[in-house]
Design a protein around this ligand. Sequence first.
Ligand SMILES: Cc1cc2nc3c(=O)[nH]c(=O)nc-3n(C[C@H](O)[C@H](O)[C@H](O)COP(=O)(O)OP(=O)(O)OC[C@H]3O[C@@H](n4cnc5c(N)ncnc54)[C@H](O)[C@@H]3O)c2cc1C
Ligand code: FES
Length: 355
Amino acid sequence: MSLFRFLKSSSNRVTINPSGVSFSVKPGQSILEAGLAAGYAMPHSCTVGTCGTCKCKLQQGRIRELSNFAYILNGQELKDGVILTCQAALKSDVTLSVPDFEIKKLTPPEDFDGQIVAIEDLTHDTKRVRIKLDRPIHFDAGQYVQIHHEAIYGARSYSFAMAPKDAGCREIDLFIRHVPGGEFTGMLFDGKLDQGTVKVHGPAGNFWLREGLGPIVCVAGGSGLAPIVSLLEQAAKSSQGRPCVMFFGARTREDLYCLDRINEIEKSWDSPFKFIPVLSNEPEDSDWTGMRGFVNSAIESAASQYLSGETQVYVCGPPPMIDAVSETVGALGVTANNIHADKFLDASHGLSRHN
Ligand SMILES: Cc1cc2nc3c(=O)[nH]c(=O)nc-3n(C[C@H](O)[C@H](O)[C@H](O)COP(=O)(O)OP(=O)(O)OC[C@H]3O[C@@H](n4cnc5c(N)ncnc54)[C@H](O)[C@@H]3O)c2cc1C
Ligand code: FES
């Protein structure tokens, strides 16, 4: 190989400040992909350039945009050298500033062959889907996988709806909500995926329980219950010594599900545990005596005594709910680095499907 071709095809390196972590990035690979493959917990969510979670500042070096950053970043951010690691390949060695980078080793994602072996109704618009993999997958509670189906372009992300096992999981459970007009969930709800085969890529995501001593507040909206249940079932196995308040926001009583598993978590939690379902659209004349309205208002009235700089908040579900909850708990004293969110974005939020 000529020296020119060698230089062109060889990897470049990323160094992340202030942690000093460094890893190589292959030609054409995104910085995020390379960081995750090296097992680093790079901040990310959608992986396809639509959520902005992977924003960071380029301090030194040159990158190539895999898709136009201007869809997500504003003019000032672009001027300040902010980039999206999921949409940036390297043209040289680079140095990035990622202040909320946590040095935690995660299981690098891999590709698996999967077969759908069970589908069960949880509510009128949410199903539990069990997929059998060709080998066990290891993951952190709260993470997600990407599902590819041959009939559909691109991947769809779904959180593990279960706690991990030490030996890995050969079968994984997902909670999948029907999205009107959606291709994959349309096929699922039309019964076209029964016993179907899929490709599974994962694990992915930065949603896991952080160490700490303060209270834990979890907020789930709709199918956002999956990673919250995963995270709390895992945490309940060991002594936490931390009070926990769990909110579940749904439209009506018919939209609440998984209550038996939440009850089990409550029973095995070693400190005070409060479960608060909140309904936004329950008919006025029903006999529901629980909380009503939006979940962020409920937090204000039912959990403000648990909210302080020490509290960790885990919130998962539709983006507007996450924004409202983050604003509410931030105003009540929770620091930004203690608010952990997984936005369930779909194609209507972004512009294109890149993967
Ligand atoms: C990290 C993460 C974790 C997630 N976890 C879960 C989970 O555990 N459970 C769950 O139910 N969901 C989860 N989601 C959401 C899920 O991945 C999918 O977005 C959802 O299932 C939609 O798939 P679909 O193929 O049915 O819809 P799609 O075909 O992708 O369409 C979604 C919506 O976008 C519209 N749309 C399609 N293309 C365009 C376009 N070009 N422009 C504008 N609008 C368009 C469609 O009409 C539809 O309303 C998660 C998302 C993320 C990012
Ligand atoms: S992870 Fe990069 S924009 Fe969502």
